[in-house]
Ligand binder design. Structure first.
Ligand SMILES: Nc1ncnc2c1ncn2[C@@H]1O[C@H](COP(=O)(O)OP(=O)(O)OP(=O)(O)O)[C@@H](O)[C@H]1O
Ligand SMILES: [Mg+2]
Length: 237
């Protein structure tokens, strides 16, 4: 099992009132799973995904990734695991502004290898796997631009490639098709489905109705609670 999550809570305080953005969540993910989380805005999807990616700390409960309980690890240890094994695509794309798109994409690999990003660069555009993902997503021609020169949808696709450079065990993608037109959204979901078929665990939060049918399991988030929606009506792909 890749992720084993139980009794998970994240409590925030707003105007002196506590509320649970995530409440009593159980979640399991195995290799090759495609899990989709839907739910209204503000229901807690991003908070949940950030807890599972180890970016945010739970108020209560356990997140066990590949047998490692995050509660027993330092922030540095969790960061290293996330960099190497968890591909996280945040809802809002985050790029280092003074590095090219390609350098940003290769950053997790540089961190893993303990190298400076300057040691990579154009030479790595010969990496067949990265090139093919960039081409599939239609952004290969943009990799030497600076992030500020790309559109939101282009950055989102670059963010997906960056999440995959270290061949993670799981990809956790928050609204991976926001800012994308229908055709490009389908390309993204098809790529994620290919990854799941080759054994990567995939977890996606989405508002995209086209995304629901890709899930082996579809969950609905409602006021912090994760409710199973049963099998997808479409029976997967
Ligand atoms: N750092 C924070 N401090 C206080 N409240 C927060 C914080 N982050 C999120 N919230 C609140 O927690 C709730 C869940 O937010 P979250 O971003 O997880 O929702 P979401 O389901 O991802 O929404 P969307 O579909 O709009 O992306 C919201 O009410 C939000 O206002
Ligand atoms: Mg969100």
């Amino acid at each position: 099992m890749i992720l084993n999550v139980s009794n998970l809570y994240k409590t925030y305080t707003r105007r002196g009132n506590e509320f649970n953005a995530v409440e009593d969540v159980e979640f399991f993910a195995w290799s090759g799973d495609f899990s989709v989380v839907i739910g209204e805005s503000g229901s807690g999807k991003s908070t949940l995904l950030s807890l599972l990616a180890g970016i945010n700390h739970p108020t209560k409960g356990t997140v066990i990734f590949n047998g490692f309980d995050f509660a027993n690890l330092s922030d540095a240890e969790i960061s290293a695991i996330r960099n190497d094994k968890i591909g996280y695509v945040p809802q809002e794309s985050v790029f280092l502004p003074h590095f090219t798109v390609l350098e940003n994409i290769l950053l997790p690999r540089a961190i893993r290898d303990g190298k400076k990003i300057e040691a990579y660069g154009l030479a790595d555009t010969t990496d067949i796997d990265i090139i093919s993902k960039l081409e599939t997503l239609g952004i290969a021609h943009l990799v030497n631009e600076m992030p500020a020169e790309l559109s939101g949808g282009e950055l989102k696709r670059a963010s997906i490639v960056r999440a995959l450079v270290n061949k993670p065990d799981i990809i956790i993608a928050d609204e991976p098709t926001s800012n994308l037109d229908e055709a490009n959204g389908k390309i993204v979901f098809d790529l994620l489905a290919d990854l799941a078929r080759s054994g990567t665990s995939v977890l996606v939060a989405t508002h995209d109705p086209h995304g629901f049918k890709y899930g082996d399991r579809v969950y609905t988030m409602h006021k912090g609670r994760l409710l199973p929606s049963g099998e997808s009506d479409y029976g997967g792909l």
